[in-house]
Design a binder for this molecule. Structure first.
Ligand code: ZN
Length: 242
């Protein structure tokens, strides 16, 4: 199986359109989506529509749950909470219905999909440090677990002896006997100081993973955020990628 894995679209239609176009140009037939379709950006309904239309499997993110009232926004920073309240007002009944159907986890072939972490997906844990990645390998059985949530693309492997390390290469090979937790980064709000939209390609036949970065019309996405009356900080961060 070959699949594109996307995450953290966050209502950024400009970025999502560019990513989907790139996936189609590469003739990749399968799209797996790790949630956070909404929150932060100006096109929640359009992004829900497009993700549901193009993806083969989607799991829910914390912003999707917050938009549905299933996660307490008191756990969100004020700017994120304001964007959720705005999003709740925008979402159509159709979008709400579709977001409500998304599961927290999904297994596809040798792959496990979850928005935040294999352990306690509904707790929305962040994985940043190697020690944090290490703790989560025992909570899924597949060879590869794809995550999003931190908006920081990256990968860690664990071998049969429990040795765990980050992988810095791009692309990199999947090696027999190793298991992987791979953060595919964010389509709509990258935070690794690279403002370009990010997604990953899983190639189960060639046994490889590749991170893709794409330029998109950032000024247009920023203008939409401002025109919507969303916090200015949400427009600013798109340009710096954090
Ligand atoms: Zn997110």
């Amino acid at each position: 199986m070959k699949a594109a894995v996307v995450s953290d679209v966050h209502s950024n239609l400009e970025a999502l359109n560019v990513v989907i176009k790139d996936i189609k140009k590469r003739r990749i037939k399968k799209i797996l989506c790790l949630g956070d379709l909404v929150g932060y950006g100006a096109n929640p309904n359009e992004c829900v529509d497009l993700c549901l239309k193009e993806s083969d499997h989607i799991v829910a993110g914390n912003h999707d749950w917050a938009a549905l009232g299933k996660t307490d926004i008191n756990t969100f920073n004020p700017v994120a909470a304001e964007a959720i309240l705005w999003t709740q007002k925008q979402l159509t009944d159709g979008s709400i219905k579709r977001l409500s159907t998304l599961p927290l986890t999904e297994s596809v072939g040798d792959i496990f999909l979850v928005h935040a972490s294999p352990k306690e997906p509904e707790m929305w844990h962040y994985l940043f440090r190697l020690e944090e990645f290490k703790k989560h390998f025992q909570y899924f059985e597949k060879e590869v677990c794809f995550i999003g949530h931190s908006h920081m693309p990256g990968a860690a492997f664990q071998d049969a002896n429990g040795y765990t390390d980050f992988i810095r290469d791009n692309p990199f090979p999947l090696i027999d006997g190793r298991r992987y937790i791979i953060n595919v980064g964010s389509v709509g709000q990258p935070r690794d100081l690279d403002p370009r939209a990010c997604y990953a390609i899983y190639d189960g036949n060639a046994r490889s993973i590749e991170f893709i970065r794409l330029d998109y019309n950032i000024p247009r996405a920023q203008q939409k955020v401002l025109d919507a009356g969303l916090p200015e900080a949400l427009a600013d961060r798109l340009l710096v990628g954090r």
